[in-house]
Design a protein around this ligand. Structure first.
Ligand code: NAD
Length: 472
């Protein structure tokens, strides 16, 4: 029977649908209307999900990898067959424009297919006494996947795909602000993977800590803020769970004086404001060489004025609202703080009049390095634009943060841009582009932006232990 996307939001535990006695409201951030109620998972329901995943583990692990790859292909087909439904649901719960939401679902299907192309290595060594060492990779057991609200499907898929490929089973907990797509994906896949292999649970603030401290879980794959990441690591220590932590960032973009100003301003605009700047790898501090600063800032503001912000379901909308009220209030207070600090606004700064958690694109003119808007990850459309004149100095400023997720360098001199890139303390540096990721390339943060990587063989191996068999 075809599933409904506009109702019947149930958790998936052991291949079956579950509701709970308590529910949580899900709000459309563009209208502030309650659009759904979802189960608030009880502790015994989480226990049941972990037990189901543990029961499913031995046979899932024992299947040939080709069988698991075939299941991943089936998952991709199911996502593609429901791209429109999932895309619309994502716009309703997350706020992003419909084309972006559909694109996220399409890329997620592609991600399953591409991750399924990876293979687990087996290595051999023979020592001087003729002893043979063979090392292979074995799955860990039950993986707890915890995801935030900015990319409600993609960030889950980044965890579920490598976990399933390597023979682990999963309990996925989406953000309480955006649980709808994850719950529907759980429902869609009940007939695609064996019972218990993929469980999806929704719940409020209690659920994350229950999951991270659960003794039946062997690994936590987490994307979220650095503050929560620290808590996850502490609570995972109980049974020495493996952790992969993808955390916050405060990515610098460095614009050298030899760029095509108009073209670069437009690219940097999207690098900073896509998804209304609710992107871990958004450009969050833009350093522009003083020779082109005025021209660049004018081009950036002129371009910003051509971009429509609104309800993601409306034709022509390119930027949606902030996803939830607490984050909306945080971003607003960052703007108010900038005003009290006497900072100058190139555009934006005024509250939006009307319903919905909208924050107009706000660009701040050359604020001091120690201002809050430069030091903190805004995670909303508030961008500090800074002037520099010395490359060595700007590299120091770019690195002067506890974060180390990503960065971008913009220049027509690729060799010079590479020299700058190599000095930046972060996991990824893009030259003349931004936010380009691949399922086959490692992605992860340095410093307090995370531990471990996702994607590529390196990321996949984080879902395994090595096992060596020594034959005499
Ligand atoms: P968050 O840390 O508040 O929440 C993330 C998830 O953790 C949610 O599912 C939440 O319910 C859960 N959670 C909250 N407290 C928990 C606890 N004590 N134990 C276990 N789980 C808990 O983050 P958010 O506000 O949803 O997302 C925004 C943050 O995510 C930003 O800092 C952003 O930079 C970061 N982010 C990072 C990446 C990356 O790949 N590095 C990608 C996207 C977002």
């Amino acid at each position: 029977m075809p599933i409904r996307f506009d109702a019947d939001y149930e958790m998936t535990i052991d291949g079956k649908g579950f509701v709970a006695s308590d529910t949580l409201e899900v709000v459309n951030p563009a209208t502030e209307e309650v659009i759904a109620h979802v189960p608030d998972c009880r502790k015994e329901q989480l226990d049941a999900a972990v037990e189901a995943a543990a029961r499913a583990f031995p046979s899932w692990k024992a299947k040939p990898i080709s069988t698991r790859k075939a299941a991943m292909g089936e998952i991709a087909r199911h996502l593609e067959a429901n791209v429109e439904n999932l895309g619309k649901l994502m716009t309703l719960e997350q706020g992003k424009p419909l084309t972006d939401a559909i694109g996220e679902v399409q890329r997620s299907a592609m991600w399953f297919r591409e991750i399924a192309k990876e293979n687990l290595p087996v290595t051999q060594h023979v020592d001087e006494n003729g002893r043979q060492f063979e090392t292979r990779r074995v799955p860990l057991g039950v993986v707890g996947a915890i995801t935030p609200w900015n990319f409600p499907v993609a960030l889950g898929v980044w965890k579920v795909a490598p976990a399933l490929l390597t023979g682990n089973t999963v309990v996925w907990k989406p953000s309480p602000f955006t649980p709808l797509c994850a719950l529907k994906i759980g429902e869609l896949l009940r007939s695609v993977v064996p019972q218990g292999v993929l469980n999806v649970v929704s719940g409020g603030d209690r659920l994350g800590p229950w999951l991270t401290e659960h003794p039946g879980i062997q690994k936590v794959a987490f994307t979220g803020s650095t503050a929560t990441g620290r808590r996850v690591m502490q609570s995972a220590a109980g049974n020495l769970k493996r952790v992969t932590l993808e955390l916050g960032g405060n990515d610098p973009a460095i614009v050298l004086p030899d760029v095509d100003v108009k073209v670069t301003a437009e690219k940097v605009f999207w690098g900073a404001f896509r998804n209304s700047a609710q992107v871990c790898i958004a450009a969050k501090r833009v350093y522009v060489h003083e020779k082109i600063y005025e021209e660049f800032s004018r081009a950036l503001v002129a371009y910003a004025q051509t971009v429509k912000m609104g309800d993601g379901l409306e034709q022509g909308t390119k930027l949606g609202p902030i996803q939830n009220k607490p984050q909306f209030q945080r971003v607003r207070s960052l703007i108010e703080n900038a005003k009290t600090e006497g900072l100058k606004f190139l555009t934006g700064g005024e509250p939006y009049q009307g319903r919905g958690y909208f924050v107009p694109v706000t660009i701040i003119d050359n604020p001091p390095e120690n201002s809050k808007v430069v030091r903190e990850e805004a995670f909303g459309p508030v961008l500090p634009l800074m002037k520099f004149n010395d490359i060595d100095e700007v590299v120091l400023q770019a690195n002067n943060t506890d974060y180390g997720l990503a960065a971008s360098v913009w220049s027509s001199d690729i060799e010079q841009a590479k020299k700058v890139a190599e000095q930046l303390e972060c996991g990824t540096v893009w030259i003349n582009s931004i936010q380009v990721l691949s399922p086959h390339v490692p992605f992860g943060g340095h410093k307090q932006s995370g531990i471990g990587v996702e994607h590529s063989l390196d990321g996949i191996l984080e879902y395994t232990n090595s096992q060596t068999i020594v034959t005499q």
